[in-house]
Write a protein of this length. Structure first.
Length: 274
């Protein structure tokens, strides 16, 4: 882990083709839980192929924001669009009504979530974990699902672990299987919720290396992380959240080299833990 200034900023990645509509658009997003405002007035857009890192102190609402994007947590205010599609709701006479469960399930398949704690099925081997979604959710033939699983394992460097069970893998390997599982669904948007926070320090690097490679391949990634060195190297943009709001949304180099507020400067000096 590294604080601000520990390494020079990585070169800017190749610019995206212009003119494409955003793959993700969040407007005026709000969410309350138990009478407490968790998110308020969130506005955010992402282009296809972009990696956006979300950072900020604990309790800022970062995980809740990710969960709203794939509607694991319904939001109360505003709108979220994936492409042109309103997520979780339908408009009726200017009013929002909950979308049907089948619609929400289909929408959720457009995103892939990588959780903090892997969430693998312990009674299934790696192959079984990877083909579950493609076979039972997407309806792929088993042979096609297995081919997709092998390709995903190749991408995360675990081709030799296809028959292993989760308890035979290290935490880093389990999280790489979690990433491969998300890739098997071929989502339009990958969501990472502190993907390294449950790992021993010596295992963090192998997971970040996979995430960095996916970013270089121009996968569209929204990443909640406290790994500032990784964010500095891999992200196109940095979003700083605090108290349920977006405080800053800046190009990565600007965020690290010219922090816009004393609060963000202090956060960077503390290595992302203030």
């Amino acid at each position: 882990m590294s604080g601000a200034g520990a390494t020079p900023a990585a070169p800017e990645k190749t610019a995206r083709p212009g003119g494409e509509p955003p793959i993700l658009r969040i407007a005026g997003l709000g969410k309350s839980l138990g009478g407490r405002q968790i998110l308020s007035g969130i506005d955010l857009e992402m282009a296809r192929g972009e990696t956006v890192a979300i950072v900020g102190p604990s309790g800022a609402g970062k995980t809740t924001l990710l969960r709203c994007v794939n509607f694991l947590t319904p939001y109360d205010e505003g709108r979220i669009y994936l492409g042109d599609e309103l997520i979780g709701y339908r408009e009726n006479g200017g009013q929002l009504r909950p979308a049907h469960d089948a619609v929400v399930a289909r929408q959720r398949r457009r995103t892939g979530m990588v959780f903090q704690r892997f969430a693998l099925f312990p009674h299934r081997n790696v192959l079984g974990n990877l083909i579950e979604g493609p076979v039972h959710v997407l309806g792929l033939p088993r042979e096609a699902a297995e081919a997709r699983a092998r390709e995903a394992l190749r991408e995360v460097g675990l081709e030799g672990k296809i028959d292993a069970f989760p308890d035979e893998l290290s935490g880093g390997q389990q999280q790489r299987v979690g990433i491969a599982r998300a890739l098997c669904m071929q989502p339009e948007l990958l969501l990472f919720d502190e993907a390294t926070s449950a790992l021993d320090p010596e295992l963090v690097g192998e997971v970040l290396a996979v995430m960095r490679r996916l970013s270089e391949e121009r996968r569209t990634m929204l990443v909640v992380t406290h790994e500032l060195k990784f964010a500095r190297e891999a992200a196109d943009r940095m979003v700083f959240m605090e108290n349920g709001r977006v405080v800053a949304d800046l190009p990565t180099r600007t965020f690290f080299e010219a922090p816009p507020t004393p609060r963000i400067e202090a956060f960077l000096r503390a290595g992302g833990h203030s």
